[in-house]
Design a protein around this ligand. Structure first.
Ligand code: NAD
Length: 352
């Protein structure tokens, strides 16, 4: 076995069905009494249900979390934190709501409880991506890592099938890049393989039966494993491209991951045959890149960036930006190769 370094983040994870009933105990464990509950406008009602569970520990609600954590929204939420004298935040929702909770914790060091309802995996990372003046800036800090994650499978039953598919493939992207990361190590690779396999077997069942409790549990468990991968090792070309395109064209996060991933994997495949074999095996496919593409397409996800608002003449500018301050990547970044990669993802073509 090769030498390796494993860096784990501290985590307390409660997982199962009906687990939100334990939120009061978790709050008491953290010794917090004035909890601000965060959500998007769409999940305000679900957040209200959580508020009732918290009882007298509930201080108030802020239900305007938005995608890509705009700084103006955080500043607005900070006024609520201060006016309520909140001593903790509870984020219920996907990566957008978790992002707001992290942004508040980064500024205040308040403890965070996260109840994730998508498969984005942000709850397992000390990473915050904030947007200001059209630029997304990433921060890493121990204050950003949530104190406790309460995964309640029941809350994911309402995640629409289309979002479940793209969110699940967003999670798979974390594990895929962990398998060929510069800091790749056997522990994280175990989680990555298990995470990909759990999500890949759950999504087709969820597409047929969105309420299937076992498939939903599998997917959420896989999402956590994939989130741990994201928080433990550095990401590469795929995440750099998503970061670039997300910032430049404000593309929807999980669908953009879904369209790009097979092509980023195809680009890196020649440099990382062992990782490719593990990804393909976890997908139950002969090939990593086409296996990912077929999974997405077979479940009805769009595989074309042009359907998500990316302008056709944006490819060259995106290549330039992706090559500037590039992340480490197992294969050298070549302009022509990246242009072809983005052109195929733009059109939604199957990788070759
Ligand atoms: P999201 O949080 O924006 O959710 C999308 C929509 O789905 C929202 O309207 C939300 O309210 C709704 N929703 C969520 N769960 C639902 C459910 N169970 N039932 C019904 N509706 C539900 O989407 P996302 O993909 O989870 O998160 C994307 C954001 O997370 C991006 O800003 C991305 O940058 C960030 N992210 C950050 C990290 C990190 O480690 N920092 C990791 C992954 C994603």
């Amino acid at each position: 076995m090769d030498n390796f370094v494993y860096n784990g983040n501290p985590a307390r994870v409660i997982f199962g069905s009906g687990t939100v009933s334990r939120l009061g105990d978790e709050a008491d464990r953290l010794d917090v009494r004035r909890i601000l509950v965060l959500s998007t406008p769409e999940q305000a009602e679900q957040a209200q249900g959580i508020a009732e569970i918290l009882g007298s520990r509930f201080a108030g609600m802020y239900s305007n979390a938005q995608m890509h954590t705009p700084v103006e929204v955080t500043q607005d939420a900070m006024r609520t934190v201060e006016s309520l004298s909140a001593d903790a935040v509870l984020s219920i929702g996907g990566g957008s709501t978790t992002g707001l909770g992290k942004a508040i914790a980064f500024r205040t060091d308040l403890p965070q409880i996260v109840v994730p309802t998508t498969y984005a995996g942000s709850e397992a990372t000390p990473i915050l991506g904030e947007t200001e003046n059209g630029r997304k800036v990433t921060k890493f800090d121990p204050r950003i890592l949530p104190e406790v994650i309460v995964y309640d499978v029941d809350l994911t039953l309402t995640l629409p099938v289309a979002m479940s598919v793209t969110s699940g493939i967003n999670a798979i992207a974390h594990a895929v890049e962990a398998l060929y990361a510069r800091e790749a190590n056997p522990i994280v690779s175990l989680m990555a393989e298990q995470g990909i396999a759990a999500i890949a077997r759950a999504l087709p069942i969820i597409a047929r039966r969105p309420n299937d409790p076992d498939a939903r549990a599998d997917a959420l468990y896989g999402a956590w494993l994939c989130g741990v991968c994201l928080g433990s090792v550095g990401m590469a070309l795929h995440h750099k491209l998503c970061h670039t395109l997300g910032g430049m064209f404000n593309l929807p996060h999980a669908p953009m991951h879904t369209a790009l991933l097979p092509h980023a994997v195809a680009y890196n495949a020649p440099a990382t045959p062992e990782a490719m074999a593990k990804i393909a095996a976890a997908l139950g496919s002969d090939d990593a890149a086409t296996g990912l593409f077929d999974l997405a397409e077979g479940l009805g996800a769009s595989t074309a960036l042009k359907t998500m608002g990316m302008p056709g003449d944006g490819i060259d500018a995106a290549v330039e930006q992706a090559m500037a301050n590039a992340y480490w990547n197992p294969r050298v970044l070549e302009k022509d190769g990246l242009r072809q990669l983005l052109a195929r993802a733009y059109e939604g073509q199957r990788p070759e």
